[in-house]
Design a protein around this ligand. Structure first.
Ligand SMILES: C[S@@+](CC[C@H](N)C(=O)[O-])C[C@H]1O[C@@H](n2cnc3c(N)ncnc32)[C@H](O)[C@@H]1O
Length: 268
């Protein structure tokens, strides 16, 4: 199953619009906001710095970076014109922020032109992520900062125990929305290999039980993927979605994903 984000510009307009809504829904969750604050806290923000939010989606992180750089400027880059249209709509009042269409493996900037580059749940969706990290190294100024935050998607769980059918939904969803579930494990090697020195590494995560907005989308998307591939019927997919909601009502829903962050410096 191919990751829908890996070739996002080729995906139907309606699918991109619905993913744009999921990105904003996910970002509104207090646990997601806390994780963002925690790892951005590992970065020193000179007020006039220039920052790139690579794989910006609808611009959640770009907006946060712009608020931290009142005399600097921020560019959000993404290959999806639909996400970028949403990002522009959501930031009309922010003067130090703009959005540009592009690919992280070939950034449209000169060498040593920026101070901060952030990849927020982007790299696990990108085939050949080492090229993106090398590009970040090229574009960053000496002493520039690279921040990578991503899911440890091997840990995504909806299971309450062994052989839980909702875990099959979680696994199917991950196969459809993440290119490399093991990226976070390889990240330190990739980052050091590009020439960066790692300043801070963190293990973070989310858990949803009684109001599982985002994790319910994982259950639903997994059930839809299984039905679309013909492995289960539409009726069984609906029954799996109903089971997730039954667990919410009875208080036994459990969904969680571990995340990780690395903040590194361009040492030379
Ligand atoms: C899960 S979304 C995260 C979006 C945003 N960073 C956020 O956290 O809301 C992954 C993003 O990576 C983008 N993406 C996928 N391939 C990319 C590439 N080659 N270069 C830059 N961005 C890419 C997708 O379009 C999508 O916006």
């Amino acid at each position: 199953m191919a990751d829908v984000y890996s070739s996002i510009a080729d995906v139907d307009y309606e699918v991109q619009e619905s993913l744009a809504k999921v990105l904003e829904l996910r970002a509104a969750d207090f646990q997601q906001r806390d994780m963002l604050k925690i790892y951005l806290g590992d970065i020193e923000f000179p007020e006039a710095a220039s920052a790139l939010d690579v794989g910006c989606g609808t611009g959640v992180v770009s907006r946060e970076l712009a608020s931290r750089l009142p005399f600097g400027h921020v560019v959000g880059i993404d290959p999806s014109p639909v996400f970028l249209a949403n990002a522009r709509k959501l930031s009309t009042d922010i003067s130090n922020l703009k959005f540009v269409e592009g690919d992280c493996r070939s950034l449209p900037y000169c060498s040593e032109s920026h101070d901060i580059i952030v990849f927020h749940t982007t790299l696990s969706h990108v085939p050949r992520p080492e090229e993106a990290i090398q590009e970040a190294f090229r574009v960053l100024r000496p002493n520039g900062v690279l921040a990578v935050f991503d899911g440890n998607y091997t840990t995504t769980t909806l299971a309450n125990g062994e052989f839980d059918p909702l875990q099959t939904c979680a696994d199917a969803a991950m196969s459809a929305i993440v290119h490399d579930r093991w990226l976070i494990q390889r990240l330190p090697l990739l980052i050091r290999g590009a020439g960066f020195s790692i300043k801070k590494q963190r293990s973070l995560g989310i858990v949803e039980t009684h109001e599982p907005e985002y994790m319910l989308t994982i259950a639903d998307r997994g059930a839809d993927v299984l039905a679309a591939s013909g492995r289960i019927s539409a009726e069984l997919a609906q029954a799996l979605k109903d089971e997730a909601r039954r667990r919410v009502i009875t208080g036994c829903f459990f969904g969680s994903i571990a995340y990780g962050s690395i903040v590194a410096h361009k040492a030379r």
